[in-house]
Design a protein around this ligand. Structure first.
Ligand code: NAI
Length: 302
């Protein structure tokens, strides 16, 4: 079954280069009209020029796609609202939002300034919040929406020197978890993508023979699968070098320790059973996880 996005309108943030460019080109190739947003920032978030976004728009137009460039900074809600308003003025709807814009300010936590921490959280987390907030009422009204958060293995599993980045990236998974639930009845599906790609973000970090395999273009199919009519929701896909995996936040079966004075000792004595990963589940919500604990305590809902 081929994926056809004819008639769909997509916004890709940070699409002037790297992964965002590859996403924009694939969405266009599959028929979507594409807003190519990019501030044109350096890797650390400094500077700004819309020329990179304009270049990608030219590539899309060469392929016969409808596209326009937008230079909003995702950190500025008024600029993001204006971008979404322009999209609706031109094309009447917004079906797909790929929150991809990002920066790095890597340092060990010891050396990281509070400003480096806040700036990274602002671009990744608040940038995605702003864009998602601006399209949410439109997607609800349309009864259709597909949103991708760009998370990272740094958030899911940690990476040395990326405390700010990892925290921001994992926050996006938390945002996805709740928005997927709130969007369900409006056919808004929210997923996350943890890419690995040899973009300028990885410059100097990996040998060339690995970078040659890690092209942005081989990540974009995973993005596409998360925005189709049949897309899943609340799913985290990892993708790089043509490999794709699903990351889950699982829960062990656990035990009941009760509330007696010796509860801490019981817990410590049974740590291996608590951490036993056989029969792990993925709860359907935070409330569902809490309900499992009440059940262990013998509580039966009325
Ligand atoms: P990149 O640096 O080529 O692309 C990021 C783009 O975001 C740039 O074009 C930049 O101008 C734009 N941008 C930065 N701040 C912005 C703002 N305030 N408003 C609008 N645009 C802004 O890097 P890459 O690798 O393509 O990254 C894309 C996304 O993938 C990022 O969210 C990154 O954190 C994520 N990611 C990348 C990985 C990789 O292996 N390259 C690994 C895990 C996640």
């Amino acid at each position: 079954m081929s994926i056809d996005l004819t008639g769909k309108v997509a916004i890709v943030t940070g699409a002037g280069g790297g992964l965002g460019r590859a996403h924009a080109l694939l969405l266009g190739k599959r028929g979507a009209k594409v807003v190519v947003n990019d501030l044109g920032a350096n890797v650390d978030g400094s500077g700004g020029s819309i020329s990179a976004a304009a270049q990608v728009v030219a590539e899309l137009k060469d392929m016969g796609c409808d596209a326009f460039a937008n230079g909003a900074s995702v950190t500025e809600f008024d600029q993001v609202e204006a971008m979404v308003a322009e999209t609706v003025d031109r094309w009447g709807r917004v079906d797909i939002l790929v929150n991809n814009a990002g920066i790095l300010r890597d340092k060990s936590f010891m050396k990281m300034s509070i400003d480096d921490f806040k700036t990274v959280v602002d671009v990744h987390l608040m940038g995605a919040v702003h864009c998602t907030k601006a399209v949410w009422p439109i997607m609800r009204e349309q009864n259709f929406g597909r949103i991708v958060m760009t998370t990272s293995s740094s958030g899911l599993y940690g990476n040395f020197g990326q405390a700010n980045y990892g925290a921001a990236k994992m926050a996006l998974v938390g945002l996805m978890q709740t928005l997927a639930l709130e969007g369900e009845r409006y056919n808004i599906r929210v997923n996350s993508l943890a890419p690995t790609a040899g973009t300028r973000m990885l410059e100097g970090l990996l040998p060339q023979e690995q970078l040659d395999l890690l092209t942005p273009e081989v990540v974009s199919p995973a993005m596409l699968a998360l925005v189709t009519d049949d897309a899943p929701t609340r799913t985290v896909l990892c993708a790089g070098a043509g490999g794709v995996e699903q990351a889950n936040i699982t829960l062990t079966k656990g035990i009941f320790i009760g509330a007696d004075d010796d509860a801490p000792e019981k817990l410590v004595a049974n740590m291996s059973e608590i951490s036993d990963r056989s029969n792990e589940i993925v709860p359907s919500s935070g409330a569902a996880q809490g309900a499992l604990e009440l059940k262990k305590a013998g509580y039966k809902p009325a």
